[in-house]
Design a binder for this molecule. Structure first.
Ligand SMILES: C[S@@+](CC[C@H](N)C(=O)[O-])C[C@H]1O[C@@H](n2cnc3c(N)ncnc32)[C@H](O)[C@@H]1O
Length: 275
């Protein structure tokens, strides 16, 4: 059987079939095109079929290959962590564009998952001190692995929200950033597509989707510098509710920004000046 025939019979879409062939064989795109009508070497057949079967059962490509690109860097991605999303790059862009690269800022990424936010910020802004935490020990191991592989000097801690096994530092933070679980418990998306394979605790608060924001707004005040910033990623329809939560905890200068699909995605707020 040729690569072309395997691809035609695979029931995968063309792009995914090509990705799987390249992954199984190690061929470049150019080599695959040049050998498309040649017989598949027998050593590749079992792997190709196994990867095809996993994909046809719905397993996300990122978990099948164990990696996902974020901000042009490869991150190890296993079923212990949320698959990094392009929307989260918007949160990174906001922070990179609005905070001084030359200052030594302290940043805490709460609910770091694979570590994409913390590691990207550290690599883009080496002057900044970046800390990251998660309640999931398994996720934290992946984040630590990513920071080693990508050479990012991030300090990691285990614990629920701000309650860590041991404190990172006695200092307070200039920026607290989080992309917390924000899907409502009964949202049908949880039973669709890639989300079926992702850790539930990375996706939902098992309530109305706002619990994490309530905790972050209430507790972040204790860990932020005077006039420090809380930077939050959230769902498309949550901006107004999150703004109200932040106002309730006396944050100021609350602004929501749209992502590249023109959807409300990031809300930033500043710790109020002491009156
Ligand atoms: C939406 S994922 C975000 C992961 C990563 N920051 C990203 O943007 O790809 C939410 C993360 O919050 C973590 N999380 C859930 N509950 C938590 C808690 N009580 N304390 C700290 N982290 C929590 C999950 O384990 C998960 O890694």
């Amino acid at each position: 059987m040729t690569f072309y025939e395997w691809r035609q019979n695979s029931q995968l879409d063309l792009i995914e079939a090509n990705i799987i062939i390249k992954q199984a064989t190690g061929y470049s795109s150019a080599r695959l095109i040049s050998q498309l009508h040649e017989s598949i070497p027998s050593l590749y057949i079992d792997t190709l079929n196994e990867l095809r079967d996993r994909r046809l059962k719905g397993e996300p490509i990122a978990y099948i290959f164990g990696t996902q690109e974020f901000y042009s860097r490869p991150f190890v991605t296993t079923p212990d962590v949320l698959i990094p999303r392009p929307e989260t790059e918007h949160l990174i862009d906001y922070i990179l564009q609005n905070f001084d690269a030359s200052e030594t800022l302290n940043i805490w990424d709460v609910g770091t998952g694979s570590g994409v936010i913390a590691i990207t910020l550290k690599l883009e802004r080496p002057n900044w001190n970046v800390f990251a935490s998660d309640v999931s020990e398994a996720a934290l191991k992946i984040a630590q692995k990513n920071s080693r592989l990508l050479g990012a000097d991030v300090i990691f801690g285990l614990g629920s929200w701000f309650d860590l096994e041991s404190r990172f530092t006695d200092d307070t933070f200039d920026i607290i950033v989080s992309n917390p679980p924000y899907i409502k418990k009964d949202d049908y998306h949880l039973t669709q597509g890639d989300l079926r394979f992702e850790p539930q605790m990375a996706l939902t608060d098992f309530n109305d989707g706002l619990d994490a924001f309530r905790i972050l707004a209430r507790e972040a005040i204790n860990f932020l510098n005077p006039q420090g910033y809380l930077c939050l990623e959230h769902g498309y329809d949550q901006a107004r509710k999150i703004q109200a939560i932040l106002e309730n905890y006396l944050f100021e200068e609350i602004q929501t920004y749209k992502d590249y699909s023109n959807i409300d995605r990031v809300t930033i707020a500043r710790k109020a000046k002491k009156k």
